[in-house]
Design a protein around this ligand. Structure first.
Ligand SMILES: *Cc1c(COP(=O)(O)O)cnc(C)c1O
Length: 428
């Protein structure tokens, strides 16, 4: 289990010096960020044991009407400014349930080609038909105009994925959906803050928001998901998709009409989520503070472009997504530049990662082969050029963000040298 990192061990003066004067770590030079300086999410902490112990002491490890699960649903509802909440087994389950509920509105689901397979798989599980649209280069979310064009009388739902903790408002698309009787579904699995008043002080105009509590997301609670909605019919529908029997009101009732997917929430995860939700405002503030500190420093690296709206202070920053502008950097097309730069940054100790490398339909057997990447040029550009800095959550703080920035500067200063490596890699 990890302790709070010792930030004093990263001397700003030293990391500046290393950044300015030495060879890249990938070429054998000294690293900017030493091993152990970064706390990886979910920032495991001995404090997390207490909520697990409470479940053991309750003597019940099961059932949706466990008082801990009910209390969590109430807390998430408060966090979501009063919308109704039902806990389920995962974010994926929440998306399936919502799609299934709104299926009577039409069998097509408009969604982005750059997407998380867990967001799009449920379209197949629900027996619906995806309609993929390309994404915007600035936010990696579905292109509003293309999505508006794609909406037609057969469109049952638009599935709006809020990647990386970004807020995706797309007001014109929501208006078009409303006028067409289309369900507006928001996958906020990576963006817990989008449950709050992020739209000019208002809640998003949405029929359902689906949240994940898995260990990689803000709640960092193991395996867990939530359906968040104003439709009480959808709350009832959770049981119909999920449970063959329920005991919400005390006695055990067998459903006469069930899909039986068994999407019950894990009580241990629910208890941990409840404890962590109590600190969510602080967590989000710390992520936003780190991001606000980091971006002005990284923007000095030419050709490095943010994948979020830098004027919006209310993103949830699950991570810090970026892309390379290959033209500005005079680098060849394809993934070689991104791959070499990511390797160089990782060697310096920066936790940067490449995300998906294919459009979402190529990950899903039900959809593979029916679309080609070439139909989605912005998606291809992003798949070749994007990456993200992963550990920007507390207890990591500004000292570490400064070290990330120093490492980026060091790598950018060595770009003439890296350019040769990149050209060679691209030619292979
Ligand atoms: C994590 C995630 C999901 C699925 O959530 P799970 O709880 O892992 O099933 C869906 N959509 C997006 C965008 C996600 O990041």
């Amino acid at each position: 289990m990890q302790n709070v990192p010792d930030e004093s061990s990263i001397s700003p003066a030293l990391s500046h010096f290393i950044a300015a004067h030495s060879e890249l770590a990938i070429k054998g030079g000294p690293v900017v960020i030493r091993e152990g300086a970064v706390t990886s999410w979910p920032a495991a902490n001995p404090r997390h044991v207490a909520p697990l112990r409470v479940v053991v002491e309750s003597g019940r490890y099961h059932r949706v009407n466990h008082p801990i699960v009910t209390a969590l649903e109430r807390s998430v509802s408060t966090f979501a400014c009063g919308r109704e909440v039902r806990a389920v087994g995962s974010g994926t389950a929440a998306i399936h349930i919502a799609l299934d509920y709104f299926r009577s509105r039409g069998n097509q689901v408009v969604t982005a080609a750059l997407n998380w397979p867990g967001a799009v798989g449920p379209i197949a599980i629900a027996g619906l038909e995806p309609v993929f649209v390309d994404v915007e280069l600035g936010t990696a979310s579905l292109d509003q105009d293309l999505a508006i064009e794609a909406v037609n009388p057969a469109t049952g739902a638009v599935l709006i994925t809020h990647l990386f903790g970004g807020n995706i408002r797309c007001p014109r698309l929501r208006q078009k959906g409303r006028a067409n009787g289309t369900a507006l579904l928001d996958d906020v699995c990576q963006s817990i803050g989008a449950l709050q008043r992020i739209d000019n002080g208002r809640l998003l105009d949405s029929d359902a928001l689906m949240l994940s509590g898995n260990g990689a997301k803000h709640l960092g609670a193991g395996e867990l998901g939530f359906v968040v909605t104003d439709h009480s019919g959808l709350i009832d529908h959770v049981d119909r998709v999920s449970l063959t029997s329920s005991s919400r009101n005390g006695e055990r009732v067998f459903s006469p009409d069930t899909l039986g997917f068994n999407y019950r929430p894990n009580v241990f995860s629910a208890s941990l989520a409840r404890a962590r939700l109590a600190g969510m405002d602080e967590q989000l503030s710390a992520r936003r503070r780190n991001a606000a500190f980091l971006w002005p420093k990284l923007r000095e690296c030419s050709g490095l472009v943010p994948l979020f709206d830098t004027t919006d202070g209310s993103h949830s920053f699950l991570n810090f997504p970026l892309r390379l502008d290959l033209e500005a950097l005079d680098l060849p097309h394809g993934p070689a530049a991104r791959d070499v730069i990511v390797e160089a940054l990782r060697a310096e100790g920066v936790p940067v990662w490449v995300w998906l490398t294919k459009p979402v339909f190529d990950y899903l057997p039900a959809f593979r082969g029916k679309w080609s990447a070439a139909e989605f040029p912005n998606t291809v550009t992003l798949l070749d050029t994007m990456f993200y800095v992963s550990e920007i959550a507390p207890p990591n703080g500004l000292g570490l963000m400064q070290a990330y920035a120093d490492a980026f500067r060091k790598v950018w200063a060595a770009m003439p040298e890296l350019r040769a490596d990149i050209r060679q890699r691209a030619a292979e």
